[in-house]
Design a protein around this ligand. Structure first.
Ligand SMILES: Nc1ncnc2c1ncn2[C@@H]1O[C@H](COP(=O)(O)OP(=O)(O)OP(=O)(O)O)[C@@H](O)[C@H]1O
Ligand SMILES: [Mg+2]
Length: 332
């Protein structure tokens, strides 16, 4: 058990109803986040990162997608057992989420200021004037220049980076303990990306905010996160401290992801690169889902689902060949 654990996701599974059957999109995902920690959730497109976090926030996209197992312990209570009203209160006050594309989550016909002030009035009972003052302050905190004037702008008058800052300001309005950031910088150019990541780290340092950062970029994880969880085909295949896992990945998928990062795939090293495609939901449900792409795959990988096992304190990998994966060390 970790000190000041804030979020503890245990065996979370999400299914989608298709043709009268439930197909798993997320299968027994487990990870935890401590107060003030940045946890990276990594994996290729379709690996279940967004669905996992939406399930956690009780914001699944449709009635066809449902949690089928697991617990989401947040500040000591299982969010999956809360009534809708209590869950809305948690989302309005302790837990917030930001998304890749701010434009699809900002109202185009409402000023930026109104969109930040409105929830402040609703959730914190501030007066119109108090909410306005607080909204200006939040915009200042996220680095919007001249916030007293820009607060009256509409989203289309903001640049992409400013819109992401405004969405972060809106998320911070409730002074959350945990921010779930779903690819918050993917749509931005490299310079602005770095600024937004620096802003998130700065907020963590100043306020003790914990962050779940969803990304497919291990470079971002290396620069930003304390720990990471790697997802493949709806399962968490490896998790641990960033410094340890990225130095010596123990799951062949993590090693492959690392090798495919620009500048890391050095010819002649032992890191395998990953060819092929991840499985679609419902495919390869028996055994290890990574096996068709894995250079270490053996018979057991087809017949038994690899269970997570401890590599070291706080470090787990779900691979049958973990004895062999000790060799998966980057040369440099
Ligand atoms: N509303 C939905 N109904 C059915 N299946 C869905 C729905 N939303 C997502 N999926 C499926 O669930 C799986 C996981 O999707 P998810 O969006 O969580 O992936 P992701 O890891 O966030 O990918 P990306 O990096 O592209 O954002 C995918 O196979 C996707 O097609
Ligand atoms: Mg996603």
């Amino acid at each position: 058990m970790m000190a000041n654990m804030l979020l503890d996701v245990r065996g979370l599974s999400v299914g989608v109803m298709q043709g009268g059957r439930s197909t798993a999109l997320v299968d027994g995902a487990s990870f935890s986040v401590s107060a003030g920690e940045v946890m990276g959730l990594v994996g290729e497109s379709g690996s279940g990162k967004t669905i996992t976090c939406r399930a956690m926030m009780r914001l699944l996209p449709s009635a066809a997608t449902q949690v089928t197992a697991g617990q989401v312990l947040f500040e000591g209570q299982d969010l999956l057992l809360l009534g809708d009203g209590a869950m809305r209160a948690v989302r309005g006050q302790r837990l917030a989420m930001i998304f890749q594309n701010p434009l699809s989550h900002l109202n185009p016909v409402m000023t930026i200021g109104a969109q930040i002030a409105e929830p402040l009035r609703r959730n914190q009972g501030l007066s119109r004037r108090e909410a306005h003052t607080e909204a200006v302050d939040l915009l200042r905190q996220v680095g919007i220049p001249d916030p007293a004037r820009r607060i009256s702008d509409y989203p289309h008058q903001f640049s992409g980076g400013m819109r992401q800052r405004a969405m972060i300001a809106g998320a911070l309005a409730c002074r959350p303990a945990l921010l779930v950031a779903d690819e918050p910088t993917t749509a931005l150019d490299v310079t602005v990306q770095a600024q937004i990541l620096r802003l998130l780290l700065d907020l963590r340092d100043r306020t003790g905010l914990a962050i779940v950062l969803i990304t497919h970029d291990l470079g971002v994880v290396g620069q930003t996160c304390d720990r990471l969880a790697v997802m493949y085909g709806g399962r968490v295949v490896e998790r641990g401290r960033v410094a340890e896992v990225l130095a010596r990945p123990r799951h062949p998928y993590t090693a492959g992801l690392l090798a495919s990062q620009p500048g890391r795939g050095v010819p002649g090293t032992k890191l395998p690169s990953i060819s092929g495609q991840p499985p679609a939901p419902g495919e390869l449900t028996e055994g290890c889902r990574f096996r068709p792409r894995c250079t270490l795959a053996a018979d057991i990988c087809a017949s038994r689902i690899p269970q997570p096992h401890a590599i070291a304190d706080g470090w787990i990998s779900a691979c049958h060949r973990s004895a062999e994966t000790q060799a998966l060390e980057p040369a440099a």
